[in-house]
Design a protein around this ligand. Structure first.
Ligand SMILES: C[S@@+](CC[C@H](N)C(=O)[O-])C[C@H]1O[C@@H](n2cnc3c(N)ncnc32)[C@H](O)[C@@H]1O
Length: 428
């Protein structure tokens, strides 16, 4: 077995203390980040065409991230902090800005702050923006093309994130089918209501599907976005199938009897599709641990069709624990009491699931999805390279123990399964 870092537990505990807003930042929208930079996205804007930098304090009113290299926002200017002669025009309270990672305007030493997802541009957030103006002499680009933002971001930071208040508002006490008594659940509906209220403070028209800027970019950006989503979580059609396929795969691998009537912990189980499948296909007793409560009240509400299917098959509806999974004694106890642990696209707790399985010698299977390289900058491969891509992440996870085996499932999106079976020999 490969030695595990001495500080893994301490690191996990400090991870535990990260704000829940941080979790939502990574969890509540697309859930994915692709670590490769698409060269096609490059829009090179020569710096000499830009007028000097100025600095403003502003509120994000609308936003649209186009992935790794491009994002737009409407911001309401609160204050000009340091201005060139041009600066924001008088009476101009809302301006459009563009974030272009590969333009000369963008300060690449701030790449880890580049808004690659909409959720990284939270509306209502108070931000500091260092901007270049896209004025070119007396002629303004925006006059010839009104859809081109007048300002380009050089670097930026968030001063006040309203999602922290929204999380506080959405925290719910545990009731009914919750197992633990700590107040860690976050009601999705309350959270989204708080965020919608924030959005409506600055926008007259209610947000429909998209609290985003209208699409105005060249077609290739859309394609790149779609590819990124499909590449990470699979498209909608395949999402419905993957839980079924994962459950069938596990039952084929370990045998139906292995799962029958035993406790399975589905970590970061989301809406519970995998648990429902395991329960249907092998009568497992599943418990989902996931901080987000789907439903109107404080209790997880499952899809009624899934519940009917389970009832018809005399299966057991999964329990839900509204809690973040971390390497705490409490979570390790839950793992220890389970016969098997699973994680299907478990976002940022992927590594913790594997560490917990190794720590407690519990069989486990995970299908990693996002790498979250900026959240875990300390992850390194044996050759010292930072773990940035999906393949590197898989390698990094497999190096934890020789008994971890890799399989591929035939659904679209991230489909590599890592299985830890403590009873297997590690000869290959
Ligand atoms: C991409 S979704 C996958 C959900 C589900 N497994 C599926 O495949 O449909 C990621 C889930 O991870 C959950 N999550 C993120 N961090 C978590 C943590 N530390 N503990 C438990 N759940 C977490 C999120 O709330 C979200 O429901």
């Amino acid at each position: 077995q490969h030695p595990r870092p001495q500080s893994w537990k301490a690191a996990a505990l400090s991870h535990n203390q990260q704000s829940q807003a941080n979790l939502l930042l990574t969890s509540l929208s697309t859930w994915c980040s692709i670590m490769t930079v698409d060269k096609e996205c490059s829009i090179e804007t020569p710096l000499q065409n830009k007028l000097p930098l100025f600095k403003i304090k502003a509120i994000i009113v609308r936003r649209r991230s186009m992935g790794k290299n491009l994002a737009f926002a409407h911001v309401k200017v609160i204050e000009e902090l340091a201005s060139s002669e041009i600066g924001t025009e008088k009476n101009e309270s809302t301006i459009q800005v563009a974030f272009r990672r590969q333009s000369a305007a963008w300060d690449s030493s701030f790449d880890n702050t580049f808004p690659t997802k909409n959720s990284q541009l939270p509306y209502g957030a108070i931000i500091i923006l260092h901007l270049f103006s896209n004025h070119t002499g007396s002629h303004q680009q925006s006059e010839s093309n009104p859809t081109t933002p007048k300002y380009e971001v050089n670097k930026w930071s968030i001063l006040m994130d309203p999602r922290i208040d929204a999380v506080d508002y959405a925290k719910t006490p545990q009731i009914n089918n919750a197992v633990d008594t700590q107040h860690e659940g976050i009601s999705c509906s309350k959270y989204f209501k708080a965020r919608m209220d924030e959005y409506m403070k600055y926008n007259d028209i209610p947000k429909s599907n998209h609290a985003k800027l209208p699409k105005q970019q060249p077609k290739e950006f859309d394609t790149i976005n779609q590819n990124q989503d499909a590449a990470s979580h699979g498209d909608k059609k395949h999402k419905a199938l993957r839980a079924k396929m994962f459950a069938s795969f596990l039952i084929d691998l370990f045998g139906r009897e292995f799962f029958q009537g035993v406790d399975v912990l589905d970590i970061a189980g989301g809406k519970g599709q995998l648990s429902f499948e395991l329960s249907l296909q092998s009568q497992s007793l599943c418990t989902i641990i996931d901080p987000l409560i789907r439903g109107k009240g404080n209790t997880q509400q499952y899809n009624s069709r899934d519940v009917k299917r389970i009832q018809k098959a005399n299966g057991i509806v999964p329990k839900h624990i509204a809690k973040r999974f971390v390497l705490s004694n409490e979570c390790l106890d839950l793992v220890g009491k389970s016969k098997f642990i699973v994680g299907l696209h478990p976002d940022e707790c992927t590594e913790d699931i594997l560490d917990a399985a190794l720590e407690t010698n519990t069989p486990a299977a995970i299908i990693p999805c996002c790498v979250f390289a900026s959240l875990f900058p300390g992850r390194k491969l044996e050759n010292g390279e930072a773990v940035c891509s999906y393949d590197q992440f898989i390698d990094y996870l497999m190096k934890k123990d020789d008994r971890i085996k890799k399989y591929s499932l035939s659904f679209e999106g991230k489909n590599q399964v890592l299985v830890f079976d403590p009873s297997s020999n590690n000869s290959g």
